[in-house]
Design a protein around this ligand. Structure first.
Ligand code: FE
Length: 213
């Protein structure tokens, strides 16, 4: 069993406890800024959305794109995720491990935290709400193919599905398979099709229709 005792990044939204000191101070500060007209709730939502969709996941996406174009780098990434991420100039905390899982035509990897919401923040930013939800946490293990179908990923029966249960000591990130039709693309173009969900393993990178004209 994996050890599951704490979250060093302070994600306690699923715990029925009073807000921590930091959370209470953050809420108080947010209320004050809104009251003074310096900030709106929409600003806050926009910033959170940026962390959810751009800033955080873009680090992971650039790591994936680099691994797609540089096979030696891919080998280093699969062997030692944190070292390979630091190699590209990004920070990765020394306190947690990160295993990078390579999805192929034979095996599809999918990540969950069954006990709480352990998540590779350093590369993927904020976890989506559904990742922390009880249904995802239980169903990902019991009926992963059904969950994947609901996310729009229909896997042929001969593709095995591996579900990985994250812990506070060891987080996971999926290295999805590079899709066909992306030959000759720049790393920037490649990174743009690697979404957060692709790196959790509930989506696969899609080549936009206009790229195939
Ligand atoms: Fe957890």
């Amino acid at each position: 069993m994996t050890k599951h005792d704490h979250h060093e990044h302070g994600d306690h939204s699923h715990h029925p406890e009073a807000p921590s000191d930091i959370e209470a101070r953050t809420l108080a500060l947010e209320s004050l800024l809104i009251e003074k007209g310096l900030l709106t709730s929409e600003d806050v939502d926009r910033i959170i959305s940026a962390y959810e969709h751009d800033i955080g996941p873009m680090i992971g996406a650039r790591v994936v794109a680099h691994a797609w174009v540089d096979l030696d780098y891919r080998a280093r990434l699969l062997n030692d995720g944190p070292a390979a991420i630091r190699e590209l100039g990004y920070d990765y905390p020394a306190s947690t491990g990160l295993a990078v899982l390579e999805s192929t035509k034979e095996v599809h990897h999918m990540v969950v935290c069954t006990l709480c919401s352990c998540y590779p923040w350093a590369v993927l930013g904020l976890p989506p709400t559904w990742y922390k939800s009880a249904p995802y946490r239980s169903r990902a293990v019991v009926e992963p193919r059904k969950v994947l179908e609901e996310f729009g990923v229909a896997l042929p029966a001969d593709v095995s599905v591996n579900v990985w249960d994250s812990s506070s000591d060891l987080r996971y990130m999926v290295l999805p398979e590079r899709p066909e039709g992306t030959e000759g693309w720049t790393e920037e173009q490649l990174a743009a099709i690697v979404s957060r969900d692709c790196m959790i393993g509930v989506a696969r990178p899609q080549v936009p229709a206009e790229a195939n004209r």
